[in-house]
Design a protein around this ligand. Structure first.
Ligand SMILES: *Cc1c(COP(=O)(O)O)cnc(C)c1O
Length: 385
């Protein structure tokens, strides 16, 4: 059996080696390392793939979030609602911009931001909601956009984990994740569903004016050379990373389907194991959706372990040559940097429970049946004692 890895970037590379190498070589030959034609080509191709008017590439997914918030003109003291159960980048940029993060609880079944919790957190100071499409599927965007409309709020989709995922409206209409809110951010960190070979990120929007503002912000606030109209940042996707991404983009749907195929096999193996709760595809996914709908692109395949010591299981898996991860072990509201006396533990019941139960299994485009069989049988044997 091939060694099991959490992600297998080398295996994936071997299938696209020639096109990636040629694409990188082109950049080296033409020496347009910054803002070269590759960046522009990738931007256009991604706009077309997503069905969004503007993609603005930048240096990483954390910058993308920050720049989106700067572009919207959020001001110190504005409250921004986001999920308690996610990677820290989201709350980090809110705090960095001296906005006030307001963390709220998530759903037990799909791990995404809870709609009732959002409603309860809204105050006259609330200016934006940042749903994070966690582990590869969209938050309930239809409900979030309704709330935003009612209260005149911006919606910034953190799409770092769900690029290529579809979102199904109740009426059956489908769009790509990251094209629904006023603006969205994504990350091309190597292990993301569309990853480059270094750091990278992008901002998406259908709003022409916002796109213009953001294009200036990523480039030192310049709209005309050496005229600095606003305070900006230096955040660029370099041409070599764009070359890698442009070579990989045509494979994204196929890669996401490979993840889904692995998820289906995992689901099947755990079907009759009461202690193991497999990931739920969101209720907003319309009924005729089958697994080819891409409503969940499994950035992570995350189980909930009931009635068995999750940490002991994780240790056993590691000892058995099976890497696994706990995403995320500490609720953001309990992180030292983000504690706030206004928070009440009772408002975070689900996150507080999830951090004890979740475990993410190896998930990538190269998993084979033998590996999946070994992973699932090792878990089942441990649970059955
Ligand atoms: C990875 C990730 C980010 C940050 O992306 P970087 O490119 O590493 O800066 C932000 N939000 C979420 C939910 C992520 O998973």
């Amino acid at each position: 059996m091939k060694k099991i890895q959490m992600v297998d970037l080398k295996g994936q590379y071997s299938g696209i080696k020639d096109v990636v190498n040629t694409s990188i070589q082109e950049v080296i030959e033409n020496t347009a390392f910054i803002n070269g034609p590759k960046v522009h080509e990738f931007q256009k191709n991604l706009e077309q793939y997503l069905g969004v008017k503007h993609v603005i590439p930048c240096a990483n997914g954390t910058d993308a979030l920050q720049i989106a918030m700067m572009g919207l003109g959020l001001k110190p003291g504005d409250e921004v609602i986001t999920a308690d159960f996610t990677f820290a980048a989201t709350v980090e940029v809110i705090a960095l911009l001296q906005l006030t993060p307001v963390l709220v609880d998530v759903n037990e079944d799909d791990f995404n931001i809870n709609i009732e919790a959002i409603k309860q957190a809204i105050t006259p100071k609330t200016k934006a909601i940042v749903p994070v499409h966690l582990f590869g599927q969209c938050a309930n965007m239809e409900a979030i956009m309704e709330i935003a409309k009612e209260h005149d709020l911006f919606v910034i989709e953190d799409n770092a984990q769900a690029i290529g995922a579809s979102y199904a409206y109740k009426d059956g209409r489908k769009v790509k994740a990251g094209t629904i809110g006023h603006v969205a951010s994504t990350s091309f960190f190597p292990s993301k569903n569309l990853g480059c070979y270094g750091d990278g990120g992008a901002i998406f929007t259908n709003d022409d004016d916002l796109a213009h503002t953001i294009r200036g912000i990523v480039n030192h606030g310049m709209y005309e050379r050496y005229h600095h109209d606003v305070v900006g940042v230096n955040s660029r996707l370099d041409s070599i990373q764009a070359a890698v991404l442009d070579a990989k983009l045509p494979h994204l749907d196929h890669y996401n389907r490979a993840r889904q195929a692995a998820a289906i096999k995992y689901d099947k193996a755990f079907k009759n194991i009461d202690n193991v709760i497999t990931p739920k595809v969101s209720a907003t996914c319309s009924e005729d959706c089958d697994t080819s709908c891409q409503c969940h692109v499994f950035h992570q395949y995350t189980l909930k372990i009931k009635g068995v010591d999750r940490d002991a299981l994780a240790k056993h898996l590691n000892e058995s040559g099976i890497p696994c991860g706990v995403y995320y072990p500490i609720p953001l509201h309990n992180q030292k940097a983000y504690q706030d006396e206004r928070y009440n533990e009772d408002d975070f019941k689900i996150t507080n429970q999830l951090v004890k139960e979740v475990i993410s299994l190896p998930m990538h485009t190269e998993l084979d049946d033998e590996q999946i069989e070994y992973i699932t049988s090792t878990i089942i044997k441990f649970i059955n004692g």
